[in-house]
Design a protein around this ligand. Structure first.
Ligand code: 5AD
Ligand code: SF4
Length: 451
């Protein structure tokens, strides 16, 4: 049986897309391997959101080429965002690559791999394949999950593709294309299938997930298509928790805030990208809200669900950002008291509006702001975790802890990771644990009642 190794960079969308590719290949008799030296096919699913992510994928492929020197029939492929934005240019740079497949063609990967393998059997070399075309309906092709064995306790469900917001720093609208959504019934049947196989929690995925369906489906009784979907999911028997990522503050309206008062399965966590706490920079980023509006939405969310955990994304060193403007961000982070923030140094992306702006900042300045903000983020997160010590919280057990194998890990409804002394019998269970101590962003606990 041919073996395939898949390496994934970037966001949860990419992880989910890789899972679909893995399922398509295993359905055709391939086996997955975590050792690239054992693989007959190596696929790298790429991210373009920052230069660093692109460099990592290019570096990895550079190393994979060494394997091909000894094994000319090894198939090397680039998938995803960088494949989409660079296309055939990747073959000029890395001529050993056989396959470049963009973001609307993941469902074609298995066919292409089979074709390439057939060509390798009949000849010494195969013609490389590049497919970065658009495809109508491609948003509905990410729907299958690995179906060997029981489904995982928590699963990603892709509900839409693309983004029409065009923030000035962001490459995603160019790599992922226009916004397009699956139907509610299609999504529900995927979730029901997962739940039948043991899944207890789903995370709905979309680049701006709360704008799901806005171009396709009507608002009904004041509820946007996204909120309609949440109400439908609440009714799925056996599903215990609903999450989603990432929403845009612009679409965070009364209907979604109201859902937090009515839907018990909706978890107490929202990842709500802020990007900057300064109004001039927000405008230059083409983010359609102000710091005041963001704060107001946070206040209303907390009124609806007092214990909601909030996390965010922030870009430091956007072109022309002054130190005083950066301080506005630091101050807002303090005021909201986020449970966690992902801080990114602005990275110039080719052909985006911000890349051409005057007033790009030096790497040193961006790094300095990164450090200042991170110190603040860590301080706040630590204080928040301290408040959880001694408390009993519910976790959904996902499996063995990645850092300490003999322990198990799960997540609280607030999306905090808890490591505890558990075993296989706990997998997939909702368990009450008492928090004993915290370190970094991880909490350590013990089952509150031993079973
Ligand atoms: N530079 C740095 N960070 C970026 N992000 C998106 N584009 C860029 C860029 N050009 C960040 C945003 C987004 C997250 C996924 O990545 O904060 O929310
Ligand atoms: Fe990376 Fe964004 Fe593409 Fe996800 S959508 S893979 S974060 S560029």
């Amino acid at each position: 049986m041919p073996r395939v190794y898949i390496k994934t960079y970037g966001c949860q969308m990419n992880e989910r897309d890789s899972e679909q590719v893995a399922q398509d290949l295993t359905a055709r008799g391939y086996t997955l391997t975590s050792d690239e030296r054992q693989a007959d096919v190596i696929l790298i699913n790429t991210c373009s959101v920052r230069d660093q992510a692109e460099q990592k994928a290019l570096g990895k492929m550079g190393m994979m080429r060494n394997l091909k020197r000894d094994r000319p029939d090894l198939i090397l492929g680039f998938l995803g965002c960088m494949a989409q934005s660079r296309g055939a240019e990747l073959l000029e740079r890395l001529p050993d690559v056989d396959l470049v497949v963009g973001t609307q063609k993941y469902h074609r990967v298995a066919d292409y791999v089979e074709d390439l393998r057939a060509q390798f059997t009949s000849a010494a070399a195969a013609a490389p394949v590049v497919d970065t075309a658009e495809e109508t309906g491609s948003q509905s092709t990410i729907r299958d999950h690995l179906n060997s064995g029981p489904a995982p306790a928590t699963a990603y469900v892709s509900i839409m593709q693309g983004c029409d917001m065009f923030c000035t720093y962001c490459i995603v609208p160019y790599t992922r294309g226009r916004e397009r959504s699956r139907t509610i019934s299609d999504i529900l049947s995927e979730v029901r299938g997962l739940v039948e196989r043991g899944t207890r929690e789903v995370t709905l995925l979309g680049q701006i997930v709360n704008l799901y369906g806005r171009h396709e489906f009507p608002v009904v009784n004041g509820k946007s298509p996204f909120v309609q979907l949440l109400y439908e999911l609440e009714k799925v028997d056996g599903l215990e928790r609903i999450r989603f990522t990432s929403p845009h503050p612009a679409g965070l309206k009364d209907d979604l805030i109201g859902a937090y008062t009515e839907l018990s399965k909706l978890c107490e966590h929202m990842h709500l990208p802020l990007q900057s706490g300064n109004n001039r920079i927000l405008r230059a980023m083409h983010r359609s809200y102000t710091r005041e509006l963001y704060l107001k939405k946070v206040e209303r969310l907390r009124a609806a669900r007092p214990d909601i955990a909030l996390t965010t994304d922030i870009i430091v060193g956007f072109p022309t950002e002054t130190d005083a403007e950066f301080q506005d961000t630091v101050q807002l982070v303090r005021e909201v008291a986020f449970d966690n923030c992902f801080v990114f140094r602005y990275s110039e992306r080719k052909d985006t509006p911000a890349a051409g702006m005057q007033g790009q900042l030096s790497d040193e300045e961006k790094e300095h702001r990164n450090q200042v903000l991170l110190a603040e983020v860590n301080r706040i997160a630590h204080a928040k975790n301290q408040q959880l010590l001694g408390r009993t919280v519910q976790i959904l057990v996902e499996g063995p802890s990645k850092t300490t194998e003999e322990r198990y890990m799960g997540r609280t409804r607030q999306n905090k990771i808890v490591v505890f002394p558990g075993g296989e019998r706990h997998r997939g269970k909702l368990l009450d644990v008492r928090i004993q101590h915290s370190s970094g962003f991880t909490l350590y606990g013990d089952p509150a009642i031993f079973d």
